[in-house]
Design a protein around this ligand. Structure first.
Ligand SMILES: NC(=O)c1ccc[n+]([C@@H]2O[C@H](COP(=O)([O-])OP(=O)(O)OC[C@H]3O[C@@H](n4cnc5c(N)ncnc54)[C@H](O)[C@@H]3O)[C@@H](O)[C@H]2O)c1
Length: 432
C-alpha cells in the first residue's frame, strides 16, 4: 500500500519504518528540515534499539523515503497517518494545534479517496474535528480513522511489529477494510484487531496510560508507607504481583514516571473529563503523588548529609527510562534542578541521553563520557534510570572513587545487605 506518515518522531518514524518493512511504500513527512535532511542521509535523530538498521534496510530498498513536502506525500498515498505531537497545552489539555494544522494541509492536498489515520494520542472528539477541517478544504471523498499507538520507547519496533492488539476506530466499512488489510501482517500471531467507534478508540489510549500511571503511583505510595511502618516493598511487591488478578507489570517503585506520554496523557484525561463536568479524582491523585515522588530521593540525600550545599552528587541515568535518549518529563530533571538549587554540584552520566541533557542543563552539570568518571570526588551516587550497565557495577572501584561511600538507589536495583556489608550507606525506595 502507499502510505504517508506525517510527523517523524518516536511514533511516526517507528511506524513508517515498520510499515515499510512489511512491503508498503512509505513517505515520511516532517516539517523539521534538519531532521529530514539527517534521515535522508541515513542518520537517525533519536535512539531506539534496532531502528537505525530498519531504516537503513528500507531506504536501500526504496520503500522508505523522507521529505518536508507534505502535499507530495499526501498526493502519492492512499493512507495518511497523522503522528505529530500533542503536547500539554496551557490549561493541561492536549494541544491539538499540530494535528489540526496537518489535517488542514491534508485537505488542501487531497487528489482522490484517502484514509486519514490519527495515530497521535488525542482526546475524544478529535477525529470529528479532523473530519470537519479536511471537509472544509476538499470535495474528494475520505475516511477518518482513529488508530492509537501503544508502542513503548525502548522496545518500539517489537511492539509495533508484534502488537498486543491493534485498535481501530472507524465509521465506515471501506476504511475498516483497508485498515484490516494494512494490519493483517502485524497480527498473524493472533493479536486481535479491535474495531470500534472513534470515540472509544480515542479513549482506549488514555485509559491504558492512565491505568499504568496509576499502578506506578500506587506502588510508590505503598513503598513510602513501607518506609514509615518498617516493611520492605520488594517483599510486598512480589506477594502482590503473584496474584493473577494483579500481575507483575508496572509495580516497581521508583522516582516517579516521566516521558512524553504518561504525564501529558494523565493531565489531558483529567482535563477532558472535567470539561464534561466529571472530576477524575483518582487521576488527580496519581499526578500529585508522582510530582512528590520525583524529589523523594532528594529528601533522602538531605536526611543523610543535612545540608547539600557544597556537596557533589554523581547521577547515573538521565533518560526517563532505559533504552531511550528521551528526557521529556524525566524525573532526573527536577531532581538535578533541586540539587543545584540546594547548592550541590552534579556530575552525570547516561549511556544515550547526555546530548539531550546538555541542551537542558548546559554547563550547570558536569557530564562525563564514562560512568565511573562521574564518581571521582563525589559525595554520593544517585541511580535515577535503571540502565542494564548500572546493575552489576564494580563496588570496590566505586568505593575508591567516591569521597563518602553512599548510594541513593532511586530504582531499587541493588542488594541492600550486600552494599551495607561492603561498607556503603544505602538508601532505596521503600526498602530497609
Ligand atoms: N513517544 C511515544 O512513546 C508514544 C507512544 C504512543 C503514542 N504517542 C503519541 O504519538 C504522538 C507523537 O509522539 P512522538 O513522541 O512521536 O512525538 P515527537 O515530538 O517525537 O514527534 C512529532 C514530530 O511531528 C513533527 N511535526 C509537528 N508538526 C508537524 C507538521 N505540521 N507537519 C509535519 N511534521 C510535524 C515534529 O517536527 C516532530 O518531528 C503524540 O500524540 C504522542 O502522545 C507517543
Amino acid at each position: 500500500m502507499r502510505i504517508a506518515v506525517i510527523g517523524t518522531g518516536y511514533v511516526g518514524l517507528v511506524a513508517g519504518a515498520c510499515l515499510a518493512e512489511n512491503g508498503n511504500d512509505v513517505i515520511c513527512v516532517d516539517k523539521d528540515a534538519a531532521k529530514v535532511r539527517a534521515l535522508q542521509r541515513g542518520r537517525i535523530p533519536i535512539y531506539e534499539p534496532g531502528l537505525e538498521e530498519l531504516v537503513r534496510r528500507n531506504r536501500a530498498e526504496k520503500r522508505l523515503t523522507f521529505t518536508t513536502d507534505l502535499p507530495k506525500g499526501i498526493k502519492a498515498s492512499q493512507i495518511v497517518f497523522i503522528a505529530v505531537g500533542t503536547p500539554t497545552g496551557e490549561d493541561g489539555s492536549a494541544d491539538l494545534r499540530h494535528v489540526l494544522e496537518v489535517a488542514r494541509q491534508i485537505g488542501k492536498a487531497m487528489n482522490g479517496y484517502k484514509v486519514i489515520v490519527d495515530k497521535s494520542t488525542v482526546p475524544v472528539g478529535t477525529s470529528e474535528k479532523v473530519r470537519e477541517v479536511i471537509k472544509k478544504e476538499t470535495q474528494h471523498p475520505f475516511s477518518v480513522v482513529s488508530n492509537p499507538e501503544f508502542l513503548k520507547q525502548g522496545a518500539a519496533i517489537e511492539d509495533f511489529m508484534k502488537p498486543d492488539r491493534v485498535v481501530i476506530g472507524a465509521e465506515d466499512q471501506r476504511a475498516e477494510q483497508i485498515m484490516k488489510e494494512l494490519y493483517a501482517p502485524f497480527t498473524r500471531t493472533g493479536a486481535p484487531i479491535m474495531m470500534m467507534d472513534c470515540a472509544s478508540a480515542e479513549l482506549c489510549k488514555y485509559a491504558a496510560n492512565a491505568m499504568l500511571a496509576t499502578r506506578i503511583s500506587f506502588m510508590n505510595e505503598v513503598a513510602n508507607v513501607c518506609e514509615v511502618v518498617g516493611a520492605d516493598v520488594d517483599q510486598v511487591r512480589r506477594a502482590v504481583a503473584s496474584d493473577r488478578r494483579i500481575g507483575p507489570a508496572f509495580l516497581f517503585p521508583g522516582v516517579g514516571y516521566g516521558g512524553s506520554c504518561f504525564p501529558k496523557d494523565v493531565k489531558a484525561m483529567v482535563r477532558f473529563a472535567s470539561a464534561k463536568s466529571y472530576d477524575f479524582e483518582i487521576l488527580r491523585a496519581v499526578e500529585n503523588v508522582n510530582e512528590r515522588q520525583k524529589v523523594r530521593l532528594l529528601s533522602k540525600m538531605k536526611q543523610h548529609f543535612g545540608s547539600l550545599r557544597g556537596r557533589r552528587i554523581a547521577v547515573w541515568g538521565l533518560a526517563f527510562k532505559p533504552k531511550t535518549d528521551d528526557m521529556r518529563e524525566a524525573p532526573a530533571v527536577p531532581l538535578i534542578t533541586a540539587l543545584l538549587d540546594a547548592g550541590a554540584a552534579v556530575t552525570a552520566y547516561d549511556p544515550e541521553a547526555m546530548k539531550v541533557a546538555r541542551t537542558i542543563f548546559g554547563t550547570r552539570v558536569d557530564f562525563k563520557d564514562k560512568s565511573y568518571d562521574a564518581l571521582s570526588g563525589a559525595d554520593g551516587l544517585a541511580i535515577v534510570t535503571e540502565w542494564n550497565e548500572f546493575r552489576e557495577p564494580d563496588w570496590t572501584k566505586i568505593k575508591k572513587l567516591l569521597k563518602t561511600p553512599v548510594i541513593f538507589d532511586g530504582r531499587n536495583i541493588y542488594n541492600s545487605e550486600q552494599l551495607r556489608g561492603l561498607g556503603f550507606a544505602y538508601y532505596a525506595m521503600g526498602r530497609r
